[in-house]
Write a protein that binds this ligand. Sequence first.
Ligand SMILES: [Zn+2]
Length: 195
Amino acid sequence: MKTTRDCEHCTEPMPLTARRHARYCKPACRAAAHRAARTIPAELTSRPRWIRHTARKVPLTVGGSVASSTDPSTWSRHRDAARSTAGAGLGFVLDGDGVVCLDLDHALDEQGVPLPWAQTIVDAAAGTWVETSRSGRGMHVWGVGQLPHGRRIAVGGGGSVELYADGRYIAVTGRTFGDTPRRLVDVQHVIDALL
Ligand SMILES: [Zn+2]
């Protein structure tokens, strides 16, 4: 089930001349995507909880069937998911084992600079890995911590933070934000401050 014909890296439509199973619109996008794949921290790549997803965020198995954030039989190793051409990109499933993701929506301005509320969160979470989202306007702060259930936290200025720890997948781009380190550390103090 190939559901999109967008470049996996820049998300622009693929040129009509692209090979049938091509994943990137141009060599520069392929190179950038491969660089990004190498930046995903081992705390994530070592866990066999990877899926694919369509451009509309429908979760897929590496084979292209519909996957589920609550059915481990539909998840794969990172290596296999990274190799798969199903859908539009990679996703990591949160299953409550302590890996958490703070999803900062509309967090970056058009120049890629964090809005003040987002910068405050990124500063508080210093030491853990942060990536920019597929849209280029959001950020994922990855870390370790505990929370009751995913819950949405509204912030001002049109942005929002959602905290997730289980029963949900996150679209992983591997586009490291700034010089944040390639590791996941305890972000419980950030979670507690937001809740
Ligand atoms: Zn591209």
